[in-house]
Design a protein around this ligand. Structure first.
Ligand SMILES: NC(=O)c1ccc[n+]([C@@H]2O[C@H](COP(=O)([O-])OP(=O)(O)OC[C@H]3O[C@@H](n4cnc5c(N)ncnc54)[C@H](OP(=O)(O)O)[C@@H]3O)[C@@H](O)[C@H]2O)c1
Length: 255
């Protein structure tokens, strides 16, 4: 759906990890539409990232893409340096990059566990670590961690233990960082329900239908549903909100 700009992020600069496709790409599109300068991070999907970057209207802010495997420390540091070099500041960090293996618990190897935790959790921890001094120096910043309803301990979402651990870890990271970086940096998380992206493409039709039927709104989510929440949490509209976990799941597992 095409949504109109209201320049909620004019003058802001943002890093969105894993923005070559899916939810991250929708967040990058929405941020640019709202006037932000955006660094689009990708790892493997260079073609998609470059196409997205070219397609975005950068007449208000600037849009750059940057390859970095966020599970690797030197690449994370290069990513933050690139954003600072391009924009001179970092107002918003969205830790969105993520992966899922769908191993059963007993099949999980230590190296698979390390990979899932490295991409989904450790990356976010150390990207926050890298941008926090910049945001504290600016006396202003917004961090948004893309967790999942899998991190909220709802029984039907607890299938993949390594993934669940990583997403629950992001919730702990969000709450404790909201304390550690107050009063200058707002730190919030978004917990999407099942969202139609490549990540859920391997799921059977029946599994997708059962996820949709658990939602009060009787549908799966779209990347744009998540992007709208991210714009709110990145904008001044959410200045008095920190340490919160915003569920974007059409009421699935309502608490
Ligand atoms: N889809 C859902 O139902 C759902 C539900 C709850 C939460 N989430 C979360 O939402 C986030 C986005 O998921 P999605 O559904 O949009 O998945 P997706 O379409 O598979 O996209 C994943 C993105 O993460 C990037 N990525 C993966 N590993 C990376 C790495 N090591 N370094 C940098 N980027 C990396 C990918 O980049 P490349 O392709 O360039 O490597 C891609 O842009 C994830 O954190 C996911 O766990 C998704």
């Amino acid at each position: 759906m095409d949504r109109e700009s209201s320049s909620k992020l004019k003058g802001k600069s943002a890093i969105v990890t894993g923005a070559s496709k899916g939810i991250g790409a929708a967040i990058a599109r929405a941020f640019v539409r709202e006037g932000a300068s955006v660094l689009i991070n990708y790892n493997n999907s260079e073609k998609e990232a470059l196409e997205l970057t070219r397609s975005l209207d950068s007449s208000i802010g600037s849009v750059v893409s940057f390859r970095a495997d966020v599970s690797k420390d030197p690449e994370r540091k290069a990513l933050v340096s690139k954003a600072l070099g391009e924009f001179g500041r970092v107002d918003v960090l969205v830790n969105n990059a993520g992966m899922i293996t769908r191993n059963s618990f007993l099949e999980t190897t230590e190296s698979q566990f390390d990979q899932v935790i490295g991409v989904n959790l450790k990356s976010a921890y150390f990207l926050c670590h890298a941008v926090a001094p910049i945001m504290l120096n600016q006396k202003q910043g917004k961090i948004i961690n893309i967790s999942s309803i899998s991190g909220l301990a709802q029984i039907s979402t607890l299938a993949h233990v390594d993934y669940v651990v990583s997403k629950a870890g992001l919730i702990g990271l969000t709450r404790s960082l909201a304390v550690a970086l107050a009063p200058y940096v707002n730190v919030n998380a978004i917990c999407p329900g099942t969202i139609e992206t490549d990540m859920i493409a391997p799921l059977a039709k029946e599994k997708k239908e059962s996820s949709a039927s658990e939602s009060l709104l009787r549908r799966l989510g779209t990347p744009e549903d998540v992007a709208s929440a991210a714009v709110f949490l990145a904008s001044e509209d959410s200045n008095f909100i920190t340490g919160e976990i915003v569920t974007v799941a059409g009421g699935r597992g309502m608490r």
